[in-house]
Design a protein around this ligand. Structure first.
Ligand code: NAD
Ligand code: DAU
Length: 335
């Protein structure tokens, strides 16, 4: 079985490739990745020649066509993924997330292949802090940022191709991932590498915002279950019930685990249009496909965070060269 993984040199995509080789050796994997600032071939270095790696753009229709023709399944992770970048410069988000997804869809349609499209909980917008509801597969779309609106657009394209052309596609919308190989611009690795660099962690605004954190391996296990057993045309929500910890609590947990006082952090400028709360109801995935996350509740998150901290500590060469530039970009925005 041949698997084409777009964005396989990024955070979740690389973890997906590692997970696949370890747990699903029946797959022959090809990665297509443009190696933007967020893609890093080092993320796949330990795998050696076990996979094929193609450096290229998902907007390159000729290249995409030739790769899709020669595969059985496309798992589409490639995207511009960072909200703060989308507020500074939205264009790459429109290009990659919308035009890139369109390009994949047309090749998948032409060659009649199976597609799984990776999406996010952010397409639903946000909940009030005191709203007990969670997002489900039928929650209306209401995205807030250029990033989330382009992901929403890509989901709509996939659904339209399913309905109009009978495309064999599934979609998953997952909450905030953490784990190894995540770019240090993102919240959790930024704070871990700040502490490892003797810089105080940076909390946007009051830090009351809630994200429904999930370990990347739990996400990728769900993606494999959807490839195995998911119903064509269906959407699956992926979330591990961690919607009770706000950003402030996560920073405090990181400080404590890394031997700093719980309040060893500083408040910085808030993100414009900052979504307040995400919470995911993944009961369909659990009920219909039998998925169960491993890193759940407060203890699971603590274990996952501890492992992640150990990974960034043990892999300083992976991130150190980019730290100063990443922090300089944030500093310009008072963040
Ligand atoms: P990432 O930014 O770490 O990685 C994205 C990868 O895509 C990089 O390797 C990059 O080089 C590649 N890429 C970007 N533009 C490309 C292009 N035009 N052509 C080919 N490759 C290109 O992102 P991530 O956090 O691993 O997210 C992966 C996917 O999961 C995205 O679709 C994102 O929307 C979705 N998602 C992420 C999260 C999260 O918490 N990180 C949660 C839910 C869904
Ligand atoms: O919800 C899923 C989404 O999660 C994915 O679709 C995105 O690709 C992914 O980047 C992530 O988006 P967020 O914007 O939620 O993640 P980020 O890591 O940027 O921020 C998480 C929270 O932490 C958010 O409320 C902003 C806050 N934050 C972030 C940074 C970088 C801080 O307080 N301080 C920081 O330094």
């Amino acid at each position: 079985m041949k698997l084409l993984v777009t964005g396989g040199a990024g955070f979740i995509g690389a973890n997906f490739v590692h997970y696949t080789l370890k747990n699903r050796p029946e797959y022959e994997v090809t990665v297509l990745d443009k190696l933007t600032y967020a893609g890093n071939k080092e993320n796949l270095a330990s795998i050696g020649d076990t996979i094929a790696f193609v450096e290229g753009d998902i907007c390159d229709a000729k290249l995409v066509d030739s790769l899709v023709k020669d595969t059985d399944i496309v798992v589409h992770f490639a995207a511009e993924s960072h909200n703060d970048n989308s507020l500074r410069e939205p264009w790459p988000f429109v290009q990659t997330n919308i035009v890139g997804t369109y390009t994949i869809l047309e090749a998948v349609r032409k060659h009649d292949k199976r597609l799984h499209h990776i999406s996010t909980d952010e397409v639903f917008g946000d909940l009030e802090l005191d709203d007990p509801n969670r997002f489900t597969e039928t929650t209306p779309y209401n995205p807030s940022s250029p990033y989330s609106s382009t992901k929403a657009g890509s989901d709509h394209l996939v659904r339209a191709w399913v309905r109009s052309f009978g495309l064999k596609a599934t979609i998953s919308n997952c909450s905030n991932n953490y784990g190894p190989y995540q770019h240090i611009e993102k919240f959790i690795p930024r704070q871990i590498t700040n502490i490892l660099s003797d810089i105080k962690p940076k909390l946007y605004g009051t830090g009351e915002q809630v994200r429904d954190w999930i370990h990347v391996d739990d996400h990728n296990e769900a993606v494999h279950l959807i490839l195995d057993k998911g119903a064509i045309g269906e959407t699956y929500i992926i979330g591990a019930d961690n919607d009770h910890v706000n950003n402030k609590a996560v920073i405090e947990m990181i400080c404590e685990t890394m031997g700093k006082p719980r309040d060893w952090y500083e408040h910085v400028n808030d993100r414009p249009g900052h979504d307040m709360r995400y919470a995911m109801d993944s009961s369909k995935l659990r009920r219909e496909l039998g998925w169960q996350p491993h890193y759940t509740d407060q203890n699971g998150m603590q274990d996952g965070l501890k492992q992640t901290i150990e990974w960034y500590d043990a892999n300083r060469d992976w991130w150190q060269a980019e730290k100063a530039a990443t922090e300089a970009t944030y500093a310009k925005q008072g963040q």
